[in-house]
Write a protein that binds this ligand. Structure first.
Ligand SMILES: Cc1cc2nc3c(=O)[nH]c(=O)nc-3n(C[C@H](O)[C@H](O)[C@H](O)COP(=O)(O)OP(=O)(O)OC[C@H]3O[C@@H](n4cnc5c(N)ncnc54)[C@H](O)[C@@H]3O)c2cc1C
Ligand code: SF4
Length: 501
């Protein structure tokens, strides 16, 4: 029986982050392990409220009160099993998820701080690795059926693991030189050290999943070939088409880049250094892209922008401005606009913001300014208002509010326009919808025997949604292949985050 008064005895506490001067001098994760005493105390704050809205907040339906109580009572093995029953990769979500479950925690109803669900999750996940090094669970019987998974992000990997454990032969095709999708070369090491991906991959490999890197499906191997070799195909190619701003004067100047170009280059430098092969940060064509000694301007306010900010600090930028089109959000939930238990619009301070840089809200870039040689030297911004008219965003600049911010490196982190237009789509006979995503039927099939999941299906989203969709698509594929019994399907293709009606 959980402690009904734990939240009255203990305040919400998170482990201290590593000191800023120390952590920006390396690429290691920002948070050190919390320690058992703190985690058991924090798990005690979960009162097992009876109707756990956190379950609905979490797309995976993680059994949060169950594992909180198991941690409180020191039953770590059972906590690991409970967590793995719904989540293939809690070491990813425990580090990276924005935790919509915490926004839905019942403690929030009474004006209390929510349980530190995400922190408990990562500690359980890390305990599992420390205890038995992620024991493989290979299928005891092979079904003789074969599935191709295209794309090795969290959606593809979750589906691959579910299908392999159900006895199917799974091959994951990835065009990059390493497995992991955005976890590998998009998200920096200070948020997710890559050893966590490698440990999971060792488990998946031991469970029989085959990985083929450096294979661009649609180019190196055709859809027809995949269909001939496999009984079903899952497309999990992400939503990597970066939004651009071609109409802004000066967009073609040197020094103006997509944020992902900067992040991928930086991540490759860290990976190469780890392999003992130091290399400079460059674009694929060899052009240097590094913030060292530069005035950096990041355009955008989300995860990608914050990751660029953290990278710029670690590369030794002379200064960083982060520009946001929207006004500064409130620090507390506006209950009229976003009632509990929905996800609130509030100011989110990432660890990278604690490390430096200046955030500027309610501004838009009017021009990237040329230094006379074709290189950007500044951005000219104006203060703006933003309103929605008939579903369209209208941005209005305030006359006389323009000013320049020095900039040698400008990074566009203004979102994604869905999955990339690439040969694979036509070959499989699927087309992008108005949001740039690939639609599916209620059984996750985009077309006969071809399934779709993750960002490619729902548009740029979150890791927890990618894993949930990967699990659900795997369940549908298992049924399609005539597998015995059901696999868990935490979401259906129409499922959306909690929202006010
Ligand atoms: C910079 C950044 C930071 C983020 N930070 C967070 C965070 O902190 N928390 C969070 O929850 N979410 C975060 N996200 C979002 C999260 O990473 C994605 O929602 C998630 O990775 C989507 O998973 P996926 O498996 O659908 O696709 P992806 O991870 O995008 O993987 C798709 C894979 O498909 C491969 N592929 C594409 N086409 C082909 C082809 N033709 N042949 C072979 N392979 C192909 C790609 O190379 C890629 O590896 C972040 C996103 C970005 C860009
Ligand atoms: S995966 Fe995300 S939403 Fe689900 S329990 Fe973990 S932190 Fe919460």
């Amino acid at each position: 029986m959980p402690d009904p008064n734990g939240f009255l005895r203990y305040d919400r506490r998170l482990p201290a982050r590593r000191p800023v001067p120390v952590r920006i001098s390396d690429w290691r994760e920002v948070y050190p392990p919390a320690g058992e005493e703190l985690i058991r105390e924090q798990a005690t704050r979960c009162m097992d409220c009876g109707i756990p809205f956190c379950h609905d907040g979490c797309p995976l339906g993680n059994r949060i009160p169950d594992w909180n109580d198991l941690v409180r009572t020191g039953n770590w093995d059972a906590a690991v099993d409970s967590l793995h029953a719904t989540n293939n990769f809690p070491e990813f979500t425990g580090r990276l998820c924005p935790a919509p479950c915490e926004a839905a925690c019942v403690l929030g109803l009474g004006g209390q701080q929510p349980v530190t669900i995400k922190q408990v999750e990562v500690e359980i996940a890390d305990a599992a690795v420390a205890r038995d090094g992620l024991r493989p669970r290979p299928a005891s019987v092979s079904t003789g059926r074969s599935v191709a998974v295209v794309g090795s992000g969290p959606a593809g990997l979750a589906a691959a693991q579910q299908l392999a454990r159900a006895g199917h032969t799974v091959t994951v095709y990835e065009r990059d030189d390493a497995i992991g999708g955005l976890l590998r070369y998009g998200i920096p090491d200070f948020k997710l050290e890559k050893q966590h991906i490698d440990k999971r991959l060792a488990q998946l490999t031991a469970e029989g999943v085959r990985f083929r890197t450096g294979v661009d499906v649609g180019v190196d191997v055709t859809a027809e070939q995949l269909r001939a070799e496999h009984d079903a195909v899952l497309l999990a190619c992400g939503a990597l088409q970066g939004r651009d701003t071609p109409e802004t004067p000066g967009r073609a100047l040197r020094g103006v880049h997509q944020a992902m170009a900067h992040l991928v280059a930086a991540n490759r430098v860290v990976a190469a250094a780890g392999d003992g092969k130091p290399a400079p940060a460059t674009l694929p064509d060899g052009t240097p892209i590094d913030a060292a000694g530069k005035h950096v301007v990041i355009i955008g306010g989300g995860d990608t922008a914050a990751d660029c900010l953290g990278v710029a600090h670690r590369q030794g930028a002379a200064g960083v401005h982060q520009l946001d089109l929207y006004p500064e959000p409130p620090t507390e939930r506006d209950a009229a606009r976003d009632p509990w238990p929905t996800w609130p619009w509030v100011l989110r301070n990432y660890p990278a913001h604690e490390e430096g840089g200046e955030r500027v809200f309610a501004v838009a870039v009017q021009e990237f300014v040329d230094d006379g040689t074709g290189q950007v030297r500044a951005v000219r911004i104006a203060e703006v208002t933003v309103e929605k008219v008939d579903g369209r965003r209208i941005v209005t600049a305030l006359p006389g509010s323009e000013r320049e911010i020095p900039a040698d490196l400008v990074l566009l982190a203004i979102g994604f326009e869905g999955t990339e237009e690439q040969p694979l789509l036509a070959q499989f006979g699927v087309t992008r919808n108005g949001r740039g995503a690939i639609d599916s039927g209620p059984d996750w099939q985009a077309t006969d025997g071809v399934f779709v999941a993750g960002d490619m299906h729902r548009g740029a989203s979150l890791i927890v949604w990618a894993i949930a969709e990967g699990r659900a698509a795997a369940a549908a594929i298992h049924t399609y292949l005539g597998g015995v019994g059901d696999l868990p399907a935490p979401v259906d293709p129409a499922r959306q985050p909690l929202a006010p009606r």
